[in-house]
Write a protein that binds this ligand. Structure first.
Ligand code: 4AD
Length: 536
């Protein structure tokens, strides 16, 4: 070894090794010290913060106390490459940002409109707002290896540039584009739409052929935003009024409405020697009501917004095979009037909320549809009349005088007449003959303690009732209808800790129709399902 160390090279190497060794020892000592600190630190906040300083934050996953906002990590990261990239903004935020031109921003969307002049203007929209963003392209290098001819309505583009105050009167802000990239091209010869607004009745049927593409058009975007906000309104109303959101099953073993319009569920084992997946015949739900009744006897006020399915053989403009229903059930309700007050308030709350949250979308839709009755829905006191009063009104009309039979349900035409007769203000029709209504409704003198709410455009938008709370009466009714086997659990609700409950179901798609004036229910629903039609 000595010999070896005598060689210069090795001396040098030995010195190097010694330095490295010393450094390693120092590092090990430091690590040991840190470990001791950490072990001694236990759960206390002070030692935790020491630990934080000595270890990278990401390794402290199991730490029992969360870091306080003041405990800045000891190791400061250099700004990453991401920090110098343009800030990604959606159009809604771009339009409310101070257009100072300070910051480089990246905004993506679909081209609505191209003005092929110099400079070139394109209007893009990303669905976050009804308004488009004007993008100004004033140099060839902006679009690099593209030509203006490549920019078409429907293309998806990413634009990087600066937000500036717009000199034009139509928009406060525009994007001075530095570079534009086509993310998704769109061949104008193949693309089925040119978006220049819609005169709805003439083009809606055409658009229905493309449920997957029509969502890009402004009218369907507005409807989608309105639907979304309408659900927010329901949640807000329910929260403010102590209704608890619950989820009812979509697969059930009952036909709640008793109308026989249920879709049956099949599985690979179904119908082989009566072998069912659930050991019994099951259906897609027509209403969440019965499950809500069970929940209301525990939580007092409950609601759900849920898909419902009805195999009605109808091609009318207000029927779907799959639709959304907002249903609420409330314990300790005494009268139908109380229930109608609830429905009227909730409807007006939704309308008020929408007119505030989606003013732009609303004004646009109501102009497109020439709809006049939104204010009636929001502001007027809803008319209330009994079924007998309604029959009186109808029989005074020569058109119905001879054909109308008392004791029968009202037809869509009768409903329209009653709404018209009431000045296009929504109408509650109450106390129908018990025999035309489902078994679960409470009855008095042969009348069901119920109501239907009729509204312009969509007819019946809501049905509700007090529920039969008398065990014996309900039991007999179920025996008469041969339904006893499936409803033992429902009778149990009346056997144990029973109370009266009442509730209602608002057809969400019909509600959107009556709020916006859209004539056909297939256009307010994103992917409509109806008799003979289940595209996609
Ligand atoms: O009047 P319905 O049948 O009432 C019920 O289902 C109750 N169980 C609700 C409850 O009390 N919890 O339906 C309620 C509403 C109707 O007023 C209508 O707006 C809508 O659901 N509706 C339909 N909407 C679209 N297409 C269909 N086929 C519909 N059937 C009912």
């Amino acid at each position: 070894m000595k010999m070896l160390f005598a060689l210069n090279g090795w001396r040098l190497q030995q010195q190097q090794w010694t330095t490295i060794g010393r450094q390693l020892c120092r590092q090990l000592r430091r690590q040991r010290h840190n470990r001791q600190l950490m072990i001694a630190g236990g759960d206390s906040g002070h030692h935790y913060s020491r630990k934080q300083q000595l270890r990278p934050q990401s390794t402290c996953i199991s730490s029992p106390t969360p870091p306080s906002p003041t405990n800045k990590p000891f190791i400061q990261c250099k700004p990453s490459a991401a920090a110098i990239l343009p800030k990604r903004l959606n159009i809604k935020n771009a339009l409310i940002t101070e257009p100072s031109g300070d910051q480089l921003v990246a905004i993506s969307g679909w081209i609505r409109f191209v003005r092929k002049q110099r400079p070139v203007f394109i209007h893009i929209n990303d669905g976050s707002d009804r308004r488009n963003l004007q993008v100004v392209i004033s140099g060839k290098d902006v679009i690099k290896n593209l030509t203006i001819k490549d920019l078409h309505h429907g293309c998806c583009v990413r634009c990087v540039g600066h937000l500036m105050p717009s000199p034009g009167p139509k928009q406060p802000t525009e994007l001075l584009c530095q570079s534009l990239e086509i993310v998704g091209a769109c061949d104008p010869l193949e693309y089925p739409f040119v978006d220049k607004g819609l005169t709805h009745d003439t083009t809606a049927a055409y658009c229905r052929q493309y449920p997957h593409l029509r969502q890009r058009l402004s009218i369907y975007q507005s409807l989608a935003r309105i639907r979304s906000e309408a659900q927010n309104a329901v949640h807000m109303y329910c929260k403010q009024n102590d209704f608890i959101q619950t989820t009812a099953p979509l697969i059930t073993s009952n036909d709640c409405e008793g109308g026989g319009h249920v879709f049956s569920i099949k599985s690979p084992y179904c119908n082989q020697d009566n072998q069912y997946y659930f050991d019994r015949q099951t259906y897609l739900t027509v209403s969440s009501q019965l499950h809500l009744e069970a929940m209301a006897r525990s939580l007092s006020r409950v609601y759900t917004i849920s898909q419902c399915f009805r195999a009605e053989r109808s091609l009318s403009r207000r029927h779907l095979a799959e639709f959304l229903m907002f249903e609420a059930e409330e314990a300790f309700v005494d009268t139908v009037d109380e229930l109608m007050d609830r429905v009227e308030t909730v409807c007006k709350f939704i309308a008020y909320y929408l007119s505030n949250q989606c003013t732009d979308d609303f004004n646009y839709l109501i102009k497109e549809t020439n709809y006049e009755y939104f204010d009636n829905f929001l502001q007027k006191r809803y008319v209330r009349m009994t079924y007998n009063d309604a029959i009186d009104v109808l029989t005074k009309c020569p058109k119905y005088a001879t054909t109308l039979k008392s004791g029968h349900n009202l037809s869509a035409e009768h409903e329209r007449y009653l709404v018209d007769y009431s000045g296009n203000v929504p109408v509650f029709v109450t106390h129908f003959p018990a025999n035309v209504k489902p078994f679960y409704m409470k009855q008095s003198d042969g009348k069901a303690l119920c109501f239907d709410l009729l509204s312009p455009i969509s007819g019946e938008i809501c049905g509700g009732s007090l529920r039969e709370d008398d065990y014996k009466v309900l039991d007999n009714r179920l025996i008469d209808l041969n339904l006893k086997d499936n409803f033992d659990w429902y009778l149990d609700l009346r056997r144990f800790g029973n109370t009266i409950t009442g509730g209602f179901g608002i057809g969400f798609d019909r509600l959107i129709q009556t709020l916006t004036g859209i004539q056909n229910i297939r256009d307010v629903t994103t992917f409509p399902r109806y008799w003979h039609n289940c595209q996609l």
